[in-house]
Design a protein around this ligand. Structure first.
Ligand code: SF4
Ligand code: SF4
Length: 98
């Protein structure tokens, strides 16, 4: 069965290369890292150079945050996801601890 990718409805981290108008424009981000305590966006790329595809609404490619209630088999099953700034890095704000 083909599964639709979970979409990122907004991202407030405007200094990321993939961000334009508070939206993410890369096909798929990865959330979480092996040592992260936060559900951070691993695809975050700070810088003034803009990339991504403006016609594309970003999605969740993979999520390593096993302790989120929306995580099943290391994939995101949330209806949609919001990303925002937490301290100096972007976090998934849809994260819900189990
Ligand atoms: S979701 Fe991640 S990759 Fe996309 S714009 Fe935000 S920080 Fe950048
Ligand atoms: S909602 Fe949970 S499973 Fe989905 S990307 Fe965020 S942290 Fe990962």
């Amino acid at each position: 069965m083909e599964k639709e990718m979970v979409k990122i409805t907004s991202c407030d981290v405007t200094d990321c290369s993939y961000n334009k108008h508070n939206a993410c424009h890369t096909l798929a981000i990865t959330v979480g890292g092996p040592t992260d305590v936060c559900p951070s966006c691993d695809t975050y790329l700070p810088g003034s150079q803009k990339g991504g595809i403006m016609d594309v609404q970003g999605g969740i490619g993979a999520c390593k945050v096993e302790n989120c209630g929306f995580n099943q088999s290391l994939e995101c099953t949330a209806p949609s996801v919001k990303v925002g700034a937490h301290e100096s890095h972007p976090d998934c704000f849809t994260y819900q601890p189990r």
